[in-house]
Design a protein around this ligand. Structure first.
Ligand code: GLU
Length: 419
């Protein structure tokens, strides 16, 4: 199929995935009718007085897809090119991500259209506070709990918690997750997405009989998820041969030192030009010969064209929606073992759940405790999806959707939403 707007629209992709799972599971049509769109989408305008004295009005969204299993949960991204359809799709994927992990949450997602790299610290703070004021009616520790996502971080979470706490005249740490440690953040949260993705890759290696020691790993995207995944898998004995970021990629057949690459990125703004490495384009990187490929950037990176040349044995998706449906079919035909985003990228929201629980208890776990709980939950979820994959003879992505949609449908049924 041609690469058109329609085939790459994440909302239409997400709808198709749900439609397929509902049909395959033999669930009533009402399940699809409820799940094919979000319960609620709010669009807000956020005026900010810029440093030069002019006023700029930013557009933001919050989409709450489904709350059958609990309050909605999901990140908030600051990005130049984000559409309402993308936010809707991402909120939908959060519903299923939480359900696959067995978390007591529904799915939500938010975004502000902006380029955070062009904003001063003060402008960023004003924008963050303005956003939370404008969505304050629909968020809250028992309603909808935002968290970091693309280009948002613990500092932004802290400003938002502070603003909301002022409005409510009491501290509301449970409003957001991914907060700084001093403000009720959880040990291990920063590393959780990368850690969860690596746990899945390790589980897959075990099932497929691939030795992790010396396995070649390629990481697309060197932000929070990608850089942590690279470091953890390197420390387990794998060889990270290529990584990239929005400015370009680097390759070294003998393996890169992920810590040194991160230092280089922090110093220069990019992984590009890392001493001893060769440059590599995004397409070349995704098609390198390797055992494990970790897409950890944005949606629609592995297209049908790219998929034709993929040589990885395993793809562990740390990003949301990195593989298009056409690419998925090609990868399945080629026998690539794809661990879908709603499973492989769920480490972040899982530790967000631990953070929220700790905020409610006002009692905090050590990093070792958090990491161990995360490992257990990821391995359990992997196993449930793997069982479905084997017994129904479907791809891991389809299996994950079957597990997730089934759980959400069960909750909706006992709540009386279906009959
Ligand atoms: N933004 C992350 C995701 O897409 C984490 C969400 C959360 O922690 O609520 O899964």
């Amino acid at each position: 199929m041609a690469r058109t707007e329609e085939t790459l629209n994440p909302f239409l992709i997400a709808q198709k995935q749900v439609r397929w799972a509902v049909t395959e599971l033999g669930l009533p049509d009402a399940v699809y009718e409820i799940l094919k769109q979000p319960l609620r989408v709010l669009e807000v305008s956020i005026p900010v007085v810029m440093d030069d004295g002019t006023v700029r009005v930013f557009t933001g969204f919050r989409s709450q897809h489904n709350d059958a299993l609990g309050p909605t949960k999901g990140g908030l991204r600051f990005f130049t090119e984000v559409s309402v359809d993308e936010v809707k799709a991402l909120s939908m994927w959060m519903t299923f991500k939480c359900a696959v992990l067995g978390l007591p949450y529904g799915g939500g997602k938010g975004a502000i259209i902006c380029n955070p790299k062009e904003l001063s610290k003060r402008e960023l703070e004003e924008l963050s506070r303005g956003y939370i004021r404008n969505v304050s009616q629909i968020v809250g520790p028992e309603k909808d709990i935002p968290a970091p996502d693309v280009y948002t971080n613990p500092q932004i979470m802290a400003w938002m918690v502070d603003e909301f706490s002022r409005m409510r005249e009491r501290n509301a740490f449970g409003l957001m997750t991914g907060k700084p440690l001093i403000l009720g953040g959880s040990a291990g949260r920063n590393e959780a997405t990368g850690r969860g993705c690596v746990t899945c890759a390790v589980e897959a290696c075990k099932r497929l009989g691939i030795k992790l020691d010396g396995a070649r790993v390629v990481v697309e995207g060197y932000g929070n998820a990608g850089s942590v995944a690279a470091r953890l898998i390197h420390d387990m004995g794998a060889k990270v041969i290529a990584v990239n970021d929005s400015k370009g990629g680097i390759y070294r057949a003998e393996g890169l030192d992920p810590r040194a690459v991160l230092e280089h990125k922090e110093k220069t703004g990019s992984v590009v030009g890392f001493p001893g490495s060769e440059p590599v384009s995004n397409e070349e990187l995704l098609q390198l010969e390797c055992e494990i490929l970790i897409p950890a950037a944005l949606e629609n990176q592995i297209t049908a064209e790219v998929a034709q040349g993929v040589k990885a044995a395993i793809i562990s998706e740390a990003a949301n929606g990195p593989t298009t449906p056409e690419a998925d079919e090609i990868l399945a035909e080629k026998g690539v073992f794809v661990i879908p985003d709603i499973l492989a990228s769920a480490g972040g929201v899982t530790v967000s759940y631990f953070e929220w629980v700790q905020n409610i208890m006002n009692y905090y776990w050590t990093e070792e405790e958090v990491n161990e709980k995360l490992r257990v939950m990821m391995a359990r979820a992997f196993d449930a999806v793997y069982q479905m994959h084997r017994t129904k003879n479907v791809t891991m992505r389809r299996a994950a959707f079957m597990v997730a949609v089934n759980r959400v449908a069960e909750a909706m049924k006992v709540r009386g939403w279906l009959d």
